[in-house]
Design a protein around this ligand. Structure first.
Ligand SMILES: N[C@@H](CCC(=O)N[C@@H](CS)C(=O)NCC(=O)O)C(=O)O
Length: 201
């Protein structure tokens, strides 16, 4: 299998970390986003969105980072993808929440504080950040309340959902998200995820 990624992409980081965690037989292929390689006809044939990550397994090209994580874990027979319908739905719920509710306001911080300076397309807009901040805090509070009574996101235990959400929490300092000081259960969960060696090179 080949996993197309970029080292600065948090979406790719999820898939790369999962492949490392599972010791999946994957060759990592860096895509030069700066040079526009993701818009080449060859790459668009793999992912018409022109984004990383993409996993290629034989004649199967899979895009969307969380789908790649789940595929790799299922292929490895890992308990990170529960098979009981209720447990699976519970995990899917947290993955969908991460990609929608959690990603929306946190992506604003990524864009304003990281992407804009990187591409030299203007200073962070403080009014936009101030509008997004309560939404991020609401997500942190929701996670903190849930994790006060659960060790991991899905009730059945550690799943792909934890790795998917952690990538955003992990990026909190560089994106300018609030610190975890006010969210002790979220901080405990984040520390337990951070301890996995899959995040380091
Ligand atoms: N929902 C997608 C998002 C993928 C995505 O937005 N990737 C970004 C990097 S984080 C990208 O490839 N951007 C390149 C571009 O837009 O040209 C996923 O989770 O895989």
């Amino acid at each position: 299998m080949k996993l197309y990624h970029h080292p600065a992409s948090h979406n790719a980081r999820r898939a790369v970390a999962m492949a490392r965690h599972l010791s999946s037989p994957v060759d990592f292929v860096a895509v030069d986003l700066g040079a526009g390689e993701q818009r080449s006809p060859a790459y668009l044939a793999l992912n018409p969105n022109g984004k990383v990550p993409v996993l290629v397994d034989g004649d199967f090209a899979l895009w969307e980072s969380t789908a790649i994580m789940t595929y790799l874990a299922a292929k490895a027979g890992s308990p990170l993808v529960p098979t009981a319908p209720r447990d699976r739905a519970d995990m899917d719920k947290w993955i969908a929440w991460t990609g929608g509710r959690f990603a929306r306001p946190t992506d604003t911080f990524l864009f304003e504080n990281v992407i804009k300076p990187f591409f030299g397309i203007g200073a962070p807009d403080e009014a936009t950040l101030a509008r997004a901040r309560p939404d991020v805090e609401a997500c942190f509070a929701l996670l903190d309340a849930h994790l006060a009574t659960h060790p991991y996101l899905a009730a059945c235990g550690l799943t792909v959902a934890d790795f998917a959400a952690y990538v955003i929490v992990e990026a909190r300092t560089s994106w300018g998200l609030p610190s975890l000081e006010a969210y002790p259960s979220l901080a405990r969960w984040a520390a337990s995820l951070a301890a996995f060696p899959c995040w380091s090179a």
